[in-house]
Design a protein around this ligand. Sequence first.
Ligand SMILES: [Zn+2]
Length: 166
Amino acid sequence: MNRAAENITQAADAPAASNRAEELLLEFLREHDAACPVCGYNLKALTRAICPECGQELMLTVGAARLRFGWLMAAVAPGFFSGIAAFFLLVPIIVPPMFNHQRWSLTLIGMDLFGWSSGIFAILLAAKRHRFLALPGSTQRWSALGIWMIHAAALGMVFLIGPRFL
Ligand SMILES: [Zn+2]
């Protein structure tokens, strides 16, 4: 087959494929209820791939079944909270030593460093979320639980040994 003929065949194939998708869409809608993604009109028994209510052109797409963000949210939440807390913790760290000649509180500085690291970790995790979401469900769950345990332990340490150094 020469180049020109090849191009013609390819051009003819593309509309054929989209027609097939439209056929499948209409076939699905013959027996199923589905709401128009724009206006919510029930598209069952549609004869053309256009919403009769709002005129939106419709197409066949692939959707993800039960995409779960739960563990990602759980894994990221303590870090975001710690990051924000670390920002406000700068006030009691910096302000008192500036006015009276109080020494720096090592506990507060330690807490603040933990908060910043945790916040940065959460931001990195959110940025690499696709890699986290690709992990098996159990790994996601244990990672989230591990992150919560680290934060609970850090908070516990602050209450247990913190007052001695404050
Ligand atoms: Zn519609």
